[in-house]
Design a binder for this molecule. Structure first.
Ligand SMILES: Cc1ncc(COP(=O)(O)O)c(C=O)c1O
Length: 368
């Protein structure tokens, strides 16, 4: 699709003005793709076999309710099955929740920089995003976010750990924030990277869900379970809120194959290897962050499967220039213009390559 093409029919000006979604570019062989926070490990053992078995029934629609998967998720949160809603990726549920709660004239509040999809979530419903800058530690500025809540605010998005900068929201800060938020305003705790969190002080959705009827926790199989290409995620919260989200969802968009893969990923036999992989990725992340700090880069607390190289004080002079150096070396990372560069934790061999590119980039800038 050409971005500037003039449509032959009348479309909504707000939609035409919206920038097109840009995916992390495809890797140039033989480099590394560290631009989309994907899992370098493949699906867990047993998952491909389960998918193949389910694929034999591809002539049939999947079951809309998917009770077995919802029950397994619900068990992890200590809630009943009607507190779980599945989506074709957690991003689908983000759209549904904003759609269900915020229309024209309404606002939703989110931190920035944060997940790149947030600013566009209100496009179709007509709701206005209110972006609140992160604080000096690249963390959510929860005081400023609470102050940004007005009579028009219908949704607040909290991303923990924050993509792309890395810090998790601390439980004590979350509690203070929730005490300031009106009880009739939906708060979404986006925990797409929850499994990688090692900070004992971080808020954990399952520990706070029952205290806040206005809270929905989002998780995904895309990251920790390595199923990004299948599209399956879930929201946990009040059944009436989730029923409203389901009302604006595209019916049957979670496929039977995705359901079978998610179920196999949660199977008891897969638990051990899953835990090992998560621990390994957290180790690689910590090693990456520590090595970048040794190069003089002020990497914020990294709690996801990525590390953040800021632009400006404590970081590089030009995020786009660093990303260009990576691309030239065949490795893809995600630049955020004017803010920094996010580097995903990938294959073990990618670590020395990332450090080499950053070291040479910094040295060339100092020398030049
Ligand atoms: C913070 C955050 N939330 C949600 C998502 C959406 O993930 P998915 O739709 O694959 O579940 C992502 C993906 O990158 C993310 O970074």
């Amino acid at each position: 699709m050409s971005e500037n093409a003039v449509p032959p029919v009348r479309l909504r000006p707000a939609v035409l003005a919206a920038p097109a979604y840009r995916q992390g570019a495809a890797p140039a062989e033989p480099g590394f793709k560290l631009s989309s926070n994907e899992n370098p490990f493949g699906p867990l053992p047993g998952v491909l076999e389960a998918m193949a078995r389910r694929a034999e029934q591809t002539n049939r629609y999947g079951a809309a309710a998917m009770p077995e998967l919802r029950a397994m998720v619900a068990g992890g949160f200590g809630v009943s099955l009607d507190h779980v809603h599945l989506g074709a990726g957690s991003v689908a549920i983000l759209y549904q929740l904003v759609h269900a709660a915020a229309g024209p004239g309404d606002e939703y509040v989110h931190a920035w920089p944060s997940f790149e999809a947030y600013p566009a979530l209100g496009l179709a419903s007509g709701a206005t995003p209110v972006a609140v800058p992160l604080d000096a530690r690249a963390e959510h500025d929860l005081d400023a976010m609470a102050a940004a809540v007005t009579g028009r605010t219908r949704v607040i998005l909290l991303c923990t750990p924050n993509n792309p900068t890395g810090p998790a929201i601390r439980r004590a800060d979350f509690d203070r924030f929730m005490a300031r938020v009106p009880a009739d305003t939906l708060v979404v705790l986006d925990e797409a990277y929850r499994e990688f969190v090692t900070d004992p002080e971080a808020v954990r959705g399952e520990e706070v869900l029952r205290e806040h009827p206005n809270l929905v926790v989002l998780r995904t199989f895309s990251k920790a379970y390595g199923l990004a290409g299948l599209r399956v995620g879930y929201g946990v919260g009040d059944p009436a809120i989730l029923a409203a989200a389901a009302s604006v969802s595209i019916p049957l968009s979670v496929t039977g194959i995705a359901e079978s893969a998610a179920l196999a990923s949660l199977a008891p036999e897969a638990r051990g290897i899953h835990a090992e992989r998560i621990a390994e990725l957290a180790r690689r992340r910590d090693a990456l962050a520590a090595a970048l700090r040794e190069l003089g880069i002020a990497v914020p607390e990294a709690q996801g499967n990525f590390a953040w190289i800021p632009e400006g004080a404590g970081g590089v002079a030009d995020a786009a220039a660093l990303a260009a150096d990576f691309a030239e070396a065949g490795t893809l990372v995600r630049p955020f213009a004017g803010h920094g560069v996010r580097v995903s934790v990938g294959e073990l061999e990618s670590l020395p390559e990332v450090l080499r590119v950053v070291r040479e980039h910094v040295a060339a800038r100092l020398g030049g």
